[in-house]
Design a protein around this ligand. Structure first.
Ligand SMILES: [Zn+2]
Length: 457
């Protein structure tokens, strides 16, 4: 690993066309069949067909990756990475894992990509269309594939293939050096870590990515309303605290002054203090996650439901049917299958007191202000571009988005999530390159060669 790896970033047009064709075929076939349903039905023939297809998808996926990945494939001849690259062994282990699908706790690194790509109902068709799109730069596509095939050259991966002495996060190390703190124990430089606000250097970029996704999303929801809809978004300015929103908008007129809601919330918090526990599963999840820690928003703690400090993304009022919507958006790691349920659970816990307080106060209203309902709508998007189609469509329906536009909105969100992840990864590369010594040759390791390849667009 001491010699530099040179990489040829050019690729014949032909290969690209084949690559696109393969990807779209892979995506088409994924959309048609559900491996899980077939296994449950016990149809051996069908199952084998799906598995063969899965293996073909995998081969096509690996075969379609560019020179860079092939080079890395050569470099990564040992360890878990060699399993990932070995498509014949992959087929067999994929089958074993699919048989155990219901008990999946820790999908092995080798088949994670397959599991991810074959997940049902997670808008993979739009992940495919993003990777197919001629508007998306090849380097972006490459990074997406690296993330999906677990070969993104972050510190821990480089450590794994022997290109770096330590798996610790170099960005955190630099931050700590600047703060004159000890660097003895550093968080591992995993993909999850560099995509989370826990990596201090990446925090701004991570929060920015979240905000851009929501900003995109709220646009088409506002635009494509059904004719009968009378929905108004209140408080686009995220910095504005709820108390201020109540004072400055009509919310105070329909739902009592803010002070009443705040009182109710305080009462609930006091009552609950002794009994309130973290939601079920949280602890178990934490234990399961281990090193595959999920990139959860650093600021999302269950106890931080205090008003003013953390507020939902948006409040929307449906005037004709008297519904006040509390809207929230979680951009979260979709490495695990239950990412959406977990994101939803976090949001519910976070807004539990707010929603209950609003419900209580609304329930006590009399006269023309009576009859208001409170609804919490949670949107969850995966960092790799997972969006659960059925849940999203139901949410859009609830918010009165025209049926014919719902798929377009979903596609847009998937693409936006992909772009968002890429800006976070680019921020990582930019910061990593910033720490290089002036006189050092940047192609000294596989990792740095990759960094140059990816970063120079
Ligand atoms: Zn870090």
């Amino acid at each position: 690993m001491s010699t530099g790896v040179t990489m040829d970033d050019t690729q014949p047009e032909n290969d690209l066309r084949v690559e696109r064709q393969r990807w779209s075929e892979a995506c088409d076939s994924m959309g048609e069949s559900s491996p899980k349903q077939m296994i449950r039905g016990g149809a051996e023939f069908q199952r084998q067909k799906v598995l063969n297809q899965a293996e073909n998808n995998w081969k096509a996926f690996l075969g379609s990756t560019d020179t860079g990945l092939h080079r890395i494939e050569q470099a990564a001849s040992t360890g878990a990475q060699s399993d990932l690259m070995d498509s014949t062994r992959w087929g067999w282990s994929c089958m074993l894992q699919l048989q155990e699908a219901d008990n999946w706790v820790k999908p092995a690194v080798t088949t994670w990509a397959a599991e991810f790509l074959l997940r049902d109902g997670e808008s993979r068709e739009f992940l495919g269309s993003w990777i197919n799109s001629s508007a998306v730069h090849e380097a972006k596509k490459r990074r997406a594939k690296q993330v999906i095939t677990f070969s993104f050259p972050c510190g821990r991966w480089l450590h794994m293939i022997g290109a770096r002495a330590s798996p610790g996060c170099e960005l955190c190390k630099r931050e700590r050096n600047m703060d004159r703190k000890t660097t003895d124990v550093l968080p591992p430089e995993t993909l999850a870590h560099i995509q989370s606000a826990r990596c201090k250097a990446q925090k701004k970029s991570v929060i920015g990515a979240h905000n851009r996704c929501w900003k995109y999303f709220i646009g088409p929801i506002s635009t494509h309303g059904e004719a009968t809809r009378d929905l108004e978004f209140i408080g686009g300015d995220k910095d504005k605290q709820l108390e201020k929103l109540w004072a400055e908008t009509q919310l105070g007129d329909i739902l009592h002054p803010w002070v009443e809601i705040a009182d109710e919330a305080e009462r609930l918090l006091e009552n609950d203090q002794a009994t309130r526990r973290v939601p079920d599963g949280n602890q178990a999840d934490k234990e399961q996650e281990g090193n595959q820690a999920v990139a959860r928003d650093e600021t999302d703690t269950y106890n931080e439901t205090i008003f003013g400090r953390r507020r939902p993304e948006s409040i929307a009022v449906e005037w004709s049917s008297k519904v006040l919507y509390v809207l929230d958006f979680k951009r979260t790691s979709d490495r695990r299958r239950n990412y959406r349920e977990r994101g939803e659970a976090r949001a519910r816990a976070q807004y539990d007191v707010l929603v209950k307080s609003l419900e209580k106060v609304a329930g006590e209203a009399v006269g023309e202000n009576s009859g208001w309902k409170i609804k919490l709508i949670i949107f969850v998007g995966g960092t790799c571009g997972s969006v659960h189609a059925e849940t999203l469509n139901n949410n859009l329906k609830e918010l009165g988005v025209i049926e014919s536009k719902r798929n377009t909105v979903r596609k847009g969100l998937v693409h936006e999530l992909r772009n968002a992840q890429d800006t976070v990864l680019c921020s990582y590369f930019a910061q990593r390159s910033g720490e290089r010594g002036e006189g050092r040759r940047w192609k000294s390791t596989v990792g740095e060669a990759f960094q140059g390849l990816d970063y120079l667009e």
